[in-house]
Design a binder for this molecule. Structure first.
Ligand code: ZN
Ligand code: ZN
Length: 336
């Protein structure tokens, strides 16, 4: 990305092993993230041309001499942060706050090849090379499914919960799927877009709320016993969506936030008197990957349904435009 609205596909040097803990993978598929739209829209400043992309599945082509758990030829899924998966913070399940964390795709994952640092701790091999029909689902696990899943776990979704999801992007939609898998009884998806409402229902939403702001909060409270939802998952990152999520959570309920916040501040008095538990951050996708891969491999979940447009990598600029203009929920980039 050369600047806001300016995405170009260019020839760059092939990545090589730099440290003995690295792997080099050949990507099988990549995609564009909702968070890539922040710099695309100029809301997040970049200092210069930046390689883009952090969601990936691929085949291991080279490994450093210290890599133990992976072999050349493995099909792998990884998260957007590289982690050692051994430090005290990783052991607590927060690999995205690893003491040695670094970007997993320093050269960008919207590419044919990438170098992955801390390969043993970062990448998870699938049971074999997947059927092509599974690739979009595994790719979704790399970020949006893992992030939606963390949203549900961080909001303490469990059997019988009433859950509301703020945000109908890929993460919000997959938070609906996660809530269903975790046993929620009532799942309220907030969306004003017909296609997204339909996908939310397919993923397990029981109700749709199209209103926003105070009207949206009132609608959720009406559906959830007058008090608000037990668990609310915020998957946007704006001041409006955070306020909506917080006010839609019942007293002493749980609210998670997994949209990267931009211009958000919370009112401490709101938090103080509501007793709402608030937890969020960059999802430790690595924690969930083995379980998510199992669920995908067995055909239990199809998170790749969020990809409603597939384009060759060479047409990435069109993919950004489609997501920016909301013609597409999420764009898969096909590799040659
Ligand atoms: Zn992402
Ligand atoms: Zn760690």
């Amino acid at each position: 990305m050369h600047g806001p609205g300016d995405v170009r596909v260019e020839e760059r040097a092939e990545p090589v092993i730099q440290l003995e803990t690295d792997a080099v993978i050949r990507l099988v598929a990549s995609c564009i993230c909702g968070s890539d739209l922040w710099p695309y829209r100029g809301i997040e400043k970049q200092s210069g041309p930046t390689p883009m992309g952090h969601e990936y599945v691929g085949i291991v082509e080279q490994i450093g001499s210290a890599v133990r758990t992976l072999s050349v030829g493995d099909f792998v899924v990884g998260s957007f942060f590289a982690s050692d998966n051994t430090c005290v913070v990783c052991q607590a399940g927060y690999q995205t706050a690893c003491l040695h964390r670094e970007p997993a795709a320093p050269g960008g994952a919207q590419a044919e090849w990438m170098r992955v640092p801390l390969a043993d701790g970062t990448l998870v091999a699938t049971p074999g090379v997947p059927d092509p029909s599974l690739v979009p689902h595994l790719l979704a696990a790399s970020d949006v499914l893992g992030t939606g899943w963390f949203g549900a776990v961080a909001a303490e979704v469990g059997p019988g919960s009433t859950v509301a999801v703020v945000g109908d992007g890929a993460v919000g939609l997959l938070a609906v799927l996660a809530a269903r898998e975790l046993g929620a009884e009532r799942i309220i998806a907030m969306s004003r877009h017909r296609e997204r409402q339909e996908l939310a229902l397919e993923f397990g939403a029981t109700d749709i709320v199209a209103e926003r702001g105070p009207d949206g909060v009132a609608a959720i409270k009406r559906m959830a016993g007058g008090l608000g939802a037990d668990s609310v998952i915020e998957a946007v990152g704006t001041a409006e969506s955070m306020a909506q999520a917080l006010h839609a959570t019942r007293p002493a309920g749980h609210m998670s936030f997994v949209g990267v916040p931009h211009g958000v501040s919370l009112d401490a008095m709101d938090l103080f008197f509501s007793h709402v538990h608030v937890h969020g951050g960059p999802a430790p996708v690595r924690r969930f990957l083995p379980d998510l891969i199992d669920r995908i491999w067995s055909g239990r979940i199809q998170p790749g349904r969020v990809f409603d447009l597939a384009l060759p990598l060479a047409e990435a600029a069109d993919g950004y435009r489609a997501m920016d203009e909301r013609h597409a929920i999420k764009v898969l980039l096909e590799l040659p």
